[in-house]
Structures are given as C-alpha cells and as structure tokens.
Design a protein around this ligand. Structure first.
Ligand SMILES: [Zn+2]
Length: 162
C-alpha cells in the first residue's frame, strides 16, 4: 500500500536488522534494497517513509515476546512482514502531516491562478462594455467601485478612455 501526492510516494516501510528497507513482499519472505531475501520474521519494525527522502522520526518496534511490557512505540506482532493495519494507519497520518504544507501551498497557487484568470475576464468585459458605450459610472456600479476608480483602473484598456 502506497500513498501518492504530487512527487511524494509514502508507505509504511518494513525495517529489518541494520535499518535496511524492504522493497517487496513475496509469499516466502521479503526482498531488501540490495536484492537479499529475508524471512517475514526478520522485520524489526515499521516506519512511515516517503520517496522524497523523508522518514518519520520514530519507528514502531515489533515485539514478539507476549510478556513484554509494551511502550507506546512498540507493537506485539508475531508474523512480521507487512505493517499491521493500525500501524499502517498511523504511518499514513504521519505521512499526511509531511505533505500537508505542500497541499496548502498548492491550494494557494491554484486560487492565485483562478484570481488572475478572473481578473483577465473582468478586464475583457470592461473593455467590451466600453466599446458598447457603457459609462464609467455604470461600470463602477457593476463592479462595486466609484466611477473614478473604474476609470483609473481600466482607462488604459479602453478604446474609449473618457
Ligand atoms: Zn515526501
């Protein structure tokens, strides 16, 4: 399971001994970055990661001893392999926090673009209204500004500036 946003691809990565990353899962174990195959039970934990290089500060540590007193970052899990559902959900939330600022700036960029386009539409419609003989006073009223403000703002666009 991976999560996508722009150039970010996040996942709950399975970590094995030495901090090495699992890149794929097979029926008989897991394959590491360097091509080595390891058993599911070699998983020491899971951590949210992103293709941009970001990693969650904390790894969830897999604990296979049922008598262990678990800390908040430890998970009792006997199998290894894929992240358990609840860990994957937490990793997803952490990854969303990682991409959230970029989502915010994308929304601003989109709104700025919409704003620019509607400004162009307004300019075009004012120029056309002037061509049709509409007064600056009526244009100002339609826009919600004074006659003088409308004139100052659009006289350069108008073929009929006065
Ligand atoms: Zn990222």
């Amino acid at each position: 399971m991976t999560w996508d946003y722009n150039n970010h691809e996040g996942r709950a990565a399975t970590i094995v001994d030495g901090g090495r990353r699992v890149v794929s899962y097979a029926s008989d174990g897991m394959v590491l970055e360097d091509g080595t195959s390891v058993a599911d039970s070699d998983a020491i934990g899971w951590r949210a990661e992103c293709s941009c290089g970001w990693k969650a500060p904390l790894m969830f540590e897999r604990v296979s001893d049922p008598s262990a007193a678990l800390k908040p970052w430890q998970v009792f899990e006997t199998e290894g392999g894929w992240a358990p559902k609840e860990i994957e959900d937490i990793c997803h939330t952490e990854w969303l926090d990682h991409v959230r600022p970029e989502m915010g700036i994308d929304a601003v960029r989109q709104a700025a673009e919409d704003h620019r386009l509607s400004g162009e539409r307004l300019d075009g419609s004012v120029a056309e209204a002037r061509q049709r003989g509409v007064s600056w006073a009526d244009i100002g009223k339609a826009v919600g500004v004074t006659r003088q403000t409308a004139h100052e703002r659009w006289k350069a666009l108008s073929q009929n500036p006065r």
